[in-house]
Ligand binder design. Structure first.
Ligand SMILES: [Zn+2]
Length: 350
């Protein structure tokens, strides 16, 4: 399946998105801006970017690095609006990425009542494969009530990431997770809440879970989904467009091309499945997840309504034929499975 062939419908200014929202227009503008200005990273970042495929949105994204700037070769259609937005927030920030061995000692500073204590500790002591050290200034700003500030960068003006390159997913965790939140002025330690920190989720609603929930659900690479980013092709435009495309199919044979799924169906199904997984999984609000609602053009969707519409649609085109001919193709290992698993459950299909 070629994820790059997916295109995005350009509906402009017709939905009910709020001002803070990740509108499609601004997604495109963000990408354009990154093409023009690049992302400035401190020297040494190049090796990390190119040796860590998870840093990229997908293997075919045309990113390159020149003169300290991470840039795009061309202006692709928005493929991962959420990640582009994160990258955009990191433009021209002073960030240094360090790739080290897990037992190497890393320098950082603790500030006890404003007094700096320089320290050096093996990365492994932190109980993970990576660690983000924002500057003391950021720590003070983001945690104004703390008198002591632990785990700050040992450099005055540069925030640092140390990570074990052998560990998959760690750089994405640190960079798109901790570093992004720190640079955005939010709390950035695992158990802290992001409530009222102006952090927006992939569907454009305020995120009010904890930092680790944010990273696990919105950042952590998910190899099961065939894409490295959990937000690849995930936002409300992708969600609504893929669902509508599928619901417009009237006959089983429109799904097939010979004995396989048609490319177009497969692409739309995968996009819908990725969005469904996000809708279902993300504790993006305080509400029960079934009440997590995405709105567009005066319509609204949640995980249950997506699944129910698909169940109804399968009933309308021929349930038994679908089970016999389409279900096995949708259960192939390489497909994201959550949506079809839930549909099977509804039909009592084993
Ligand atoms: Zn972490």
């Amino acid at each position: 399946m070629d994820l790059n062939r997916l295109t995005l419908n350009k509906s402009r200014g017709t939905d009910d998105r709020s001002t803070k929202d990740n509108s499609l227009d601004s997604d495109e503008n963000i990408q354009r801006k990154i093409i023009e200005h690049g992302i400035r990273l401190k020297s040494g970042a190049r090796a990390h970017i190119f040796s860590t495929s998870e840093f990229l949105f997908n293997p075919n994204t045309k990113l390159y690095y020149r003169d300290g700037l991470l840039k795009l070769k061309s202006n692709p259609k928005p493929d991962d609006p959420f990640r582009w937005k994160i990258l955009n927030a990191l433009i021209n920030k002073d960030i240094k990425i360090n790739n080290i061995k897990i037992h190497s000692r890393i320098p950082f500073s603790d500030f006890i009542s404003g007094k700096e204590e320089k320290r050096k500790v093996p990365l492994s002591n932190f109980g993970g494969n990576g660690r983000t050290f924002p500057t003391y200034t950021i720590s003070k700003k983001n945690y104004p009530n703390n008198t002591n500030h632990f785990g700050c960068s040992s450099k005055k003006n540069i925030s640092e990431i140390y990570y074990n390159r052998k560990s998959k997913g760690t750089l994405a965790h640190e960079f798109f997770g901790h570093m992004y939140l720190a640079q955005k002025g939010a709390t950035y330690l695992h158990q802290d809440s992001l409530r009222s920190k102006s952090i927006i989720d992939p569907f454009g609603n305020p995120f009010i879970g904890t930092v680790i929930q944010f990273i696990d659900k919105c950042i952590k690479p998910n190899t099961k989904l065939r894409v490295l980013s959990p937000t690849y092709h995930v936002n409300k435009h992708f969600l609504f467009k893929s669902l509508n495309w599928i619901l417009n199919i009237k006959k089983i044979n429109e799904i097939l091309s010979g004995r396989k799924l048609s490319k177009e169906f497969e692409n739309n199904w995968i996009t819908l499945s990725l969005n469904y997984s996000m809708l279902f999984n993300v504790p993006l609000t305080e509400h029960l997840r079934t009440q997590y609602i995405v709105r567009i053009n005066g319509k609204s969707l949640n995980a249950d309504s997506v699944r129910n519409q698909i169940v109804k649609w399968i009933g309308s085109i021929n349930k038994n034929e679908f089970k016999r001919n389409i279900l096995p193709l949708l259960r192939k290992n390489s497909m994201p499975l959550m949506l079809i698993t839930h549909v099977r459950f509804k039909f009592h299909w084993n």
